[in-house]
Design a binder for this molecule. Structure first.
Ligand code: PLP
Length: 360
């Protein structure tokens, strides 16, 4: 009985992930880079909320590498049978070193502290901070890093940097970062032979021409151009729920906490069983539209923790499907605009407990 109730609760909403949209986006990205450039799909943060295991399974034959933010994310993939090469962006921690060896993960090394931890059993890339202001060696440390590696018989498999502003086409700072990075990777290639050289995220790949021999794409794989310019990428995700209540509402009646909305005409109040605990930002209250049976319904009143209300001029059958995000309703890009954020934060915000289903 308890099991049955739990199962029902879990299906208050679900996320559909389109395999063909993933393939379409990857094809489009590959058309931007030449044949011998590798593609890394970034699947950190539960594949930007799309479900890391199902996404990785769906695309593993189409990409060369997977990128994640932590060892635990990488282990989740291995435990689910994903054998693709995985690069872990996080700094190496002493306690996790054996896991890199055990699961054949590739590390990213960005400090002397980390260099002192590793040995030649671990595959690693060296990261340079050329202007991102996050992880990595500063370019000035390049010579010292090369010396250290030589002295300790360590050979990197790759070298990378990360752009701060590649989401803006033709930004001066990207060209500046590239210029600095050229100095770093050329010195490495001279010393260690040809390494895997990579810098571009989605913005870099779509709007600049520095693919080197690998690009690291996240957002574009999921169907969005961070610059909002390329619109033939196809959004991969559709988030849907079901109507759990529908009752008449009279003109003038208030809806939800703080009574921020009142009916301007008689109609029906439609309730769906998801709220800000599931990933609908409360800031978007009264701004959303959701699709139901051929119509867009206005979301009304404050979004609550577990329930969100919509207004309909006609009765909606209980159990009717409501598209929360998707091709017929609003997109994560539109939600992001209303919430002064980026689509990354919207899709990552869909609670991991919600079921992800691979479709087509
Ligand atoms: C997240 C991340 C990416 C992917 O960025 P997108 O803009 O989603 O393509 C690439 N490289 C690193 C180091 C990252 O942290």
């Amino acid at each position: 009985m308890i099991k049955e109730i739990t199962a029902k609760n879990q299906s208050t909403s679900w996320v559909e992930v389109s395999k063909s949209a993933l393939a379409h986006n990857i094809k489009l990205i590959k058309a931007k880079i030449v044949d011998d450039v590798n593609l890394m799909a970034v699947v950190k943060a539960n594949a930007y909320g799309h479900g890391d295991v199902i996404v990785s399974e769906a695309i593993r034959k189409l990409v060369d590498y997977l990128g994640v933010a932590s060892v635990s994310e990488a282990i989740t993939l291995r435990e689910n049978g994903i054998t693709t090469d995985i690069l872990i962006f996080a700094p190496v921690q002493k306690e996790e070193l054996y896991l890199y060896k055990k699961h054949n993960f590739t590390a990213v090394i960005g400090s002397f502290n980390e260099l002192n931890l590793i040995d030649d059993d671990i595959s690693f890339h060296i990261e340079f901070d050329t202007g991102m202001g996050r992880l990595g060696f500063y370019p000035e440390e390049s010579t010292k890093v090369i010396e250290f590696l030589k002295q300790n018989n360590l050979k990197p498999a790759g070298i990378m940097t990360h752009f701060a502003k590649a989401d803006h086409p033709n930004d001066e700072s990207v060209h500046g970062q590239i210029w600095v990075f050229e100095g770093c990777y050329k010195a490495f290639n001279t010393t260690f032979g040809d390494l895997i050289v990579h810098a571009s995220n989605s913005g870099g790949t779509l709007h600049y021409t520095y693919p080197y021999n690998m690009v690291r794409c996240g957002l574009s794989i999921y169907g969005y151009d961070p610059a909002g310019i390329i619109n033939d990428l196809r959004p991969v995700l559709r988030w849907a729920s079901k109507v759990i209540a529908c009752k008449p509402i009279k003109k003038g009646m208030p809806v939800s906490y703080e009574s921020t909305w009142r009916a301007s005409e008689d109609g029906f109040l439609v309730v769906i069983p998801i709220g800000y605990a599931d990933g609908i930002p409360r800031n978007l209250s009264n701004k959303l539209q959701m699709y139901c049976k051929g119509k867009l319904l206005q979301q009304v009143g404050n979004v609550t923790m577990d329930y969100t209300m919509l207004f309909s001029s006609s009765f909606v059958e209980l159990g009717s499907e409501i598209e929360i995000l998707g091709p017929n309703s609003m997109t994560p890009v539109e939600w992001a605009k209303y919430n002064s954020t980026i689509p990354y934060e919207i899709t990552c915000g869909i609670h991991p407990k919600i079921k992800r289903i691979l479709v087509d």
